[in-house]
Design a protein around this ligand. Structure first.
Ligand code: FAD
Length: 317
């Protein structure tokens, strides 16, 4: 079932969902199941699985640089299929522009369709390590809007090399990313919202937000998006702080603000066990307010660990 159909079926009731990251290359999938199992009692109608792009690693060999391509966390589609069948839950593979040609994306989408996966999250991806700006892969897309266009084309039977008279057309429900504190490269919130509107006009069915720690940022964003003519569900994506290092890391990587009160509470902690507790409590309060506001889904970034998400969900669902 599509994410938007789940939202419609819930009839105003807030749903619980989460995002997982594939295990590192060579690791066992059991570790992932061990983290998903405790969350299934909260009946997530869908689970997102992230994708990492390939990274180029340069290794010096006899005075020359040899390029090695690594993808630390492959397996997004395989994991989506495995989870879908093991838990009878819908899965949402993240599909990236960066690192993939349009042909590779088409193959991936065709595979999704064969596997009965009809939700995808269309994303551009970040700049590669050591590069300041995102560079489009040769033969790939430069912006998520172009990827949305490709997926919509496929929905209407239009493949890269011609229209196919297929009797079993794909019918993907498309999610895209939104940024309550604006995307780090966007010159202004206004221009970022304009770009988001372009993704929705191209055919995106719903938006999932970047993490935020102050709900006002989300409420203001939803308001501004509505004013800009964006009328699809905007799902808040939230994450509990788990370690002290997040105080520096999250604002630096995602260009988001942390509320002073939260910083103060974390700084008072003697160890990361206490930080975790503060993070969980903050996230519960955030979630309660979002629930009261009637958000369609509370979507948690689990980062592969379920214990804190379980503690949060237990207090709410
Ligand atoms: P876009 O929508 O393409 O926007 C990128 C930037 O370009 C923005 O600043 C936008 O304002 C601007 N822009 C858009 N269109 C144009 C245009 N036509 N001309 C000029 N500027 C334009 N990353 C991963 O690698 N793997 C994941 O699994 C993953 N999952 C994510 C899930 C969520 C919910 C979110 C919020 C992010 C996720 N990301 C993931 C991170 C994401 O890839 C980055 O934030 C990336 O930098 C931007 O992706 P986007 O799809 O928002 O890009």
């Amino acid at each position: 079932m599509k994410v938007t159909e789940h939202i419609k079926k819930a009839n105003g009731k807030t749903l619980f969902s989460f995002e997982i990251i594939p295990p590192k290359k060579g690791k066992n999938i059991q570790e992932l199941y061990n983290n998903i199992d405790p969350l299934m009692e909260f009946n997530p109608p869908f689970i997102d699985v992230t994708t990492s792009r390939e990274e180029f690693v340069y290794i010096e060999k006899e005075g020359l640089f040899d390029r090695k391509i690594t993808r630390m966390r492959p397996g997004t589609l395989g994991i989506c299929a495995a989870i879908k069948h093991k838990y009878n839950v819908d899965t949402v593979p993240h599909v990236l522009c960066g690192g993939f040609t349009k042909e590779e994306t088409e193959y991936l989408l065709v595979d999704c369709h064969y596997l009965g996966i009809n939700n995808v999250m269309a994303l551009r991806g970040d700049a590669m390590k050591g590069e300041q700006y995102f560079k489009a892969t040769k033969g790939g897309h430069a912006y998520a809007t172009q990827l949305v266009n490709q997926i919509k084309d496929l929905n209407s039977g239009k493949y890269l090399h011609g229209v196919l008279d297929v009797d079993d057309k794909a019918d993907f429900c498309i999610g895209v990313a939104g940024y309550p504190e604006k995307h780090l490269e966007a010159p202004s919130m206004k221009s970022d919202l304009k770009r988001l509107k372009e993704k929705v006009d191209a055919g995106a069915d719903y938006v999932v937000t970047q993490m935020f720690f102050d709900n006002n940022k989300y409420f203001e964003f939803v308001e501004a998006a509505k004013k800009a003519g964006i009328n699809v569900p905007i799902i808040p994506g939230i994450k509990p702080i788990a370690v002290n290092r997040h105080l520096q890391l999250l604002p630096q990587v995602f260009k988001i603000d942390l509320p002073e009160t939260l910083i103060h509470e974390v700084e008072k902690c003697k160890d990361n066990k206490q930080v975790r507790q503060v993070g969980v409590e903050w996230c519960i309060q955030q979630s309660k307010e979002l629930l009261d506001a009637g958000v369609p889904v509370l979507h948690y970034y689990s980062m592969g660990k379920s214990d804190n998400i379980k503690a949060i969900a237990s207090a709410l669902f």
